[in-house]
Ligand binder design. Structure first.
Ligand SMILES: C[S@@+](CC[C@H](N)C(=O)[O-])C[C@H]1O[C@@H](n2cnc3c(N)ncnc32)[C@H](O)[C@@H]1O
Length: 192
């Protein structure tokens, strides 16, 4: 079962093949055009949170991490002692109750949840965004043969979750994915 113990064990056993080891170029490119250092950014299912490390080093100070596995959050806190402890939220994303965010960043979290929760993911991300806030990141452009995680999908399927909830949903092939994911990712930019 894909519960928090499953994920915590994956970190404890160092079975984290999904971890790109650093911020991925599509998300870095998005961050690099943000000007306001005080925008509120949530990274759900953050794992080792390379995106947060990048933002922190660039002076963004309203970055919040959520993961229900405590291990990666503890590692992050140790590595970045200047990162506010209260921004490290060890909880079930679907139960989050936070002040709304300007941006929510998607990096291999959507593909890690059971596909029957995808509609709920679309609803929950929108609930956690301000009006005109944006969900930004990567979705697999691939249907995997073996049972997930990761769970893949198609553009058509993804639109069925987001179109009725967000006012503008762009899902396009990603041109600057990391090597192993080239040609197998979409970039999503969904505006509430
Ligand atoms: C495939 S990993 C991706 C981690 C990270 N984003 C990365 O790219 O390295 C999925 C992450 O989502 C977390 N996760 C899964 N379901 C969750 C939930 N309902 N609430 C919070 N975190 C969850 C797991 O603990 C895990 O760290």
């Amino acid at each position: 079962m894909l519960d928090k113990n499953y994920w915590q064990d994956r970190y404890l056993n160092r079975q984290t093949a999904w971890d790109a080891g650093q911020i991925t170029p599509p998300i870095q490119t998005f961050f690099d055009q943000l000007e306001a250092r005080d925008c509120r950014i949530l990274i759900p299912g953050c794992g080792n949170a390379h995106e947060a490390a990048y933002l922190h080093n660039k002076g963004f100070h309203q970055v919040f991490l959520c993961d229900w596995a405590s291990k990666p959050l503890a590692n992050f806190a140790q590595q970045y002692p200047g990162f506010p402890e209260e921004h490290l939220i060890c909880a079930n994303f679907f139960e989050l109750n936070e002040q709304p965010f300007d941006y929510i960043i998607e990096q291999t979290f959507f593909c890690a949840i059971a596909p029957n929760k995808r509609g709920y993911y679309a609803e929950k991300t929108a609930e956690l965004l301000i009006e005109r806030g944006q969900l930004v990141g990567l979705l697999f452009d691939k249907v995997f043969e073996q049972e997930g995680p990761p769970f893949g999908g198609t553009k058509k399927e993804y639109h069925t979750y987001f179109d009725s909830i967000y006012s503008d949903v762009r899902i396009e092939p990603c041109y600057n994915s990391i090597g192993p994911r080239q040609g197998a990712e979409f970039f999503i930019l969904a505006t509430k």
